[in-house]
Design a protein around this ligand. Structure first.
Ligand code: UD1
Ligand code: CA
Length: 452
């Protein structure tokens, strides 16, 4: 079947007014990726050939976004929104190249399962002219109903055109359709707009094909495959379903999630077996975690690489470019950005490490800050292997601490420190015997005098 050529047409020209947003609807994100990019990913996962994206509303923004998430997609502009069949025909130039299979998907239906696409194409390979992916629901309001006669799909009736009897049908059109390339143009061109909405309905090709005696088939998929996002409540619902699937997958692949419902993944999170994730952890895009790590509660991780057996959090923030090598530790209330924490190094408490390297086995004391920004430029801090940075030190970049360097607590380090040197960057302590008592007595009598 993979020998059959395929074009996937993704419809995304609609406005999405119910999102109440300046952003085109299909660019709203699920798991950190625009919903239309999820559709593209599903098509690609199903090996669904070339991709055509039909855009209209917010076309320029859409084109730009598509360049990023799917540069391989060819965009077609539907100037006027005259219905789903009309939208598919915006990609006429692509369709008429002559593919074996044409798949039509909606950009606002992000949870489609690649297997459902593959199953539909299989029906085409077996001779069907049109395959509709349907689903059953107790609440079919708003969906097109699949009208069957003698076990055969003969039409799809949009809600607004349904008789009361037809409205009771609970087998609905999920919006995904597969069309034999040899029939697609003829069928699409034959669609008219004599219906309640005055639109050219893609769904009408079912009746057209059926009337011509072509083989029309309905397959059934789960409801999620058809979940169309129209408002932000549905967006959150889709996010919830996506996260639940991903958590399940992570656990089956050997990751322990103590409270799975409180852990949030991104579309591209990679996480190795035997990692333990405590409750309330957020993974932003671009995170790779190797096996055997422990991510403690309330950590926020984005664009970071965490090697095997690292220990992160609780309450750690790893920002883009954080690169933790094996057995490194970044503890509570620490922020790491664009910095390598070498093997076994420890950044345990209340610290900011940015634009830096912390050498293997180094120990960074509580409250250490790499002062990486002078208000104009970012500068680098290099901390050597086995160095010790005492608590509450400020390392003013650019600066280098040599291997085995030792920084006294409370230092402000502005000059590089050679290997194995001890550096103080603070005023020396002065201790005056008896002076504390004297001061206390003086202040006490001043207070008494003031009260009188
Ligand atoms: C559509 C189906 C309905 C199905 C439902 C599933 C039709 C006629 N109806 O209805 O049977 O149950 O999806 O969710 O196909 N679009 C364009 N250009 C247009 C019109 C639409 O690009 O001119 C795009 C929209 O941006 C959207 C998709 O096509 O992504 C679906 O359009 P929409 O108007 O939401 O169709 P529904 O009424 O939901
Ligand atoms: Ca819709």
């Amino acid at each position: 079947m993979n020998q059959r050529t395929c074009l996937s047409v993704i419809l995304a020209a609609g406005e999405g007014t119910r999102m109440k947003s300046a952003l085109p609807k299909v660019l709203h994100q699920i798991a950190g990726l625009p919903m239309v990019a999820h559709v593209v990913k599903a098509a690609e996962a199903a090996g669904a050939g070339d991709l055509a994206l039909v855009i209209g509303h917010g076309a320029e923004e859409m084109r730009k976004a598509a360049q990023k998430f799917a540069p391989e997609v060819e965009a077609f502009v539907q100037e006027k929104r005259l219905g789903t069949a009309h939208a598919v025909l915006a990609a006429r130039a692509a369709i008429s190249k002559g593919y074996d299979d044409i798949l039509v998907m909606f950009g606002d239906t992000p949870l489609i399962d690649p297997d459902a696409l593959t199953a539909a194409r299989l029906k085409l390979a077996q001779g069907a002219a049109v395959v509709v992916i349907g689903f059953r629901t107790a609440n079919p309001t708003g969906y097109g109903r699949l009208i069957e006669k003698g076990g055969k799909l003969v039409a799809i009736r949009e809600e607004k055109d349904c008789s009361d009897e037809e409205k009771k049908i609970t087998f609905c059109n999920g919006g995904l359709m597969a069309i034999a390339g040899s029939q697609a143009m003829k069928l699409l061109d034959a669609v008219g707009n004599r219906n309640t909405k005055g639109e050219y309905y893609l769904t009408d090709i079912v009746e057209l094909a059926s009337n011509q005696g072509l083989d029309v088939v309905a397959t059934e998929a789960s409801f999620e495959n058809a979940l169309g996002i129209n408002n932000r409540a549905e967006l959150a619902q889709a996010e919830g379903i996506w996260q639940a699937r991903r958590r399940h997958e992570a656990m089956l692949s050997g990751v322990t999630l103590i409270a799975p419902e409180t852990v949030f993944f991104s579309h591209d999170t990679e996480i190795g077996a035997d990692t333990i994730v405590e409750p309330n952890v957020w993974f932003g895009p671009g995170v790779k975690i190797a096996g055997g790590a422990r991510i403690h509660a309330f950590s926020h991780i984005e664009g970071a690489i965490v090697a095997a057996h690292c220990d992160v959090g609780p309450f750690a923030r790893l920002r883009p470019g954080a690169d933790l090598k094996q057995k490194a530790k970044v503890g509570n209330f620490c922020e790491v950005k664009q910095a390598v924490i070498e093997e076994g190094a420890k950044v345990n408490h209340l610290t900011y490490i940015g634009d830096a390297r912390v050498g293997a086995g180094a120990n960074i004391g509580a409250g250490t800050i790499t002062c990486n920004y002078d208000g104009y430029l970012k500068h680098f801090t290099d901390i050597g292997e086995g160095a010790f940075v005492g608590s509450n030190s400020s390392l003013v970049a650019p600066v280098t601490i040599g291997k085995g360097g030792y920084i006294a607590s409370g230092s402000v380090i502005t000059e590089s420190v050679p290997d194995d040197a001890l550096a103080f960057g603070r005023a020396r302590q002065k201790t005056i015997p008896g002076k504390g008592k004297e001061l206390r007595e003086r202040f006490a009598s001043a207070a008494v005098a003031k009260k009188r």
